[in-house]
Structure formats: structure tokens, C-alpha cells
Ligand binder design. Structure first.
Ligand SMILES: Cc1cc2nc3c(=O)[nH]c(=O)nc-3n(C[C@H](O)[C@H](O)[C@H](O)COP(=O)(O)O)c2cc1C
Length: 168
């Protein structure tokens, strides 16, 4: 797919067909995440691919019960020590955000749905997956063939979000 077609057709998908995701498609989306830029090339991320129904259920119990019905969940973790900070702004969130968006767009290109999940109980997610104490769980997404075709959500116009040569 043309890049802008991928960007335009991506949606947050919250209903999935039960069909498993072929391994080569999972590898393709992970490869896109692998190639993401990061602070000092620290690549602070680890992605946990969950397909075991029992583990999926426990991850879903961390806040979004509906994701249990997706054939896979990708959990994006970060080791903040492998990223940097500018004052009080920690860059591991940006590093993982960029890598995750690579993954999300690659999934669209593979005909797969995703949905960024930022609201969840991090401690519950960590317990479900055995994530070490000093590693953060930043985001997760279900991954699978969409069973819905959501309308495009509204976006502000370029005029409303772009200033020229200073804040106006
Ligand atoms: C950082 C971030 C966190 C989000 N967290 C959630 C979430 O916890 N649960 C959810 O259902 N959707 C979540 N979303 C999806 C947004 O609601 C969605 O992207 C937005 O409504 C625009 O819709 P679209 O993705 O279909 O264009 C999140 C999106 C982002 C970027």
C-alpha cells in the first residue's frame, strides 16, 4: 500500500475475527518496530507477543476486557535506563511511541487491525506477564483481522494546528 493510503486507512479496531495471525505477518509488524529511531539509538523497547488464551485473559483484566477476543496482543515495554531524559521529560515514552506507531502502520499494511491502549493497570499487566520491576509497560495493542470497519474519526484541520514562523 502507498504510505499515505496506510496512514489514511488505519483505524482503532475494537472487534476482531478469531482467525490466528500468520507468523510472517507478526514478524513483519515487529520488523517495522525494530527499525524505529530512538534516543541515542538506545532501542529501549521489548515487545511481548501474547497469543496464549490464558495469558491474553490476564492482560485483558488489566483494563480492557474486550482485547481478550483478539487473536494476539502486543505489549510494548521499555527499559528507561536505555533511553534518555531532558529535564523532567523522559524519552522512553517517545521511543516506544514511535516504535509502536511503526508497528501499527505496518499492521494496517498487512490487512491487520490494531488499537493503541494507553489506559490499563500497569501493575496488573506486569504481573500477568512477569515483567521485571524496573521495566515499564508503556502501551499495548490487540492485533488481528478486523471484524468491523470503523468510520474515520474527525481530525482538526491543518489551519487549526499549524502556525507559521511562531505561535499564533
Ligand atoms: C496514546 C494513546 C492511547 C490510547 N488509549 C486507548 C485506550 O486505552 N482504549 C481505547 O479503546 N482506545 C485508546 N486509544 C485510541 C484512541 O481512542 C483513538 O486513536 C482515537 O479515538 C482516534 O481514533 P482512530 O485511531 O480510529 O483514528 C488510544 C490512542 C492513543 C494514541
Amino acid at each position: 500500500m502507498d504510505f499515505m493510503d496506510i496512514v489514511r486507512s488505519r483505524r482503532s479496531v475494537r472487534k476482531y475475527r478469531p482467525d490466528p495471525v500468520p507468523q510472517e505477518k507478526i514478524e513483519a509488524v515487529l520488523e517495522a518496530a525494530r527499525l524505529a529511531p530512538s534516543w541515542a539509538n538506545g532501542q529501549c523497547w521489548t515487545f511481548i507477543v501474547v497469543t496464549d488464551p490464558k495469558v491474553k485473559q490476564r492482560v485483558a483484566e488489566a483494563g480492557n476486557e474486550w482485547i481478550e477476543h483478539a487473536p494476539a496482543i502486543v505489549v510494548a515495554c521499555a527499559d528507561p535506563k536505555k533511553s534518555g531524559a531532558k529535564g523532567d521529560q523522559a524519552y522512553y515514552l517517545l521511543d516506544v511511541g514511535i516504535a509502536m506507531e511503526h508497528l501499527v502502520l505496518a499492521a494496517t499494511d498487512q490487512g491487520l487491525g490494531t488499537c493503541w491502549i494507553g489506559w490499563f493497570d500497569e501493575q496488573k499487566a506486569k504481573a500477568a506477564l512477569g515483567v521485571p520491576k524496573d521495566i515499564r509497560v508503556v502501551a499495548l495493542t490487540p492485533l488481528g483481522y478486523p471484524d468491523e470497519t470503523p468510520e474515520a474519526r474527525p481530525r482538526r484541520s491543518l489551519d487549526a494546528m499549524v502556525c507559521r514562523d511562531g505561535w499564533q
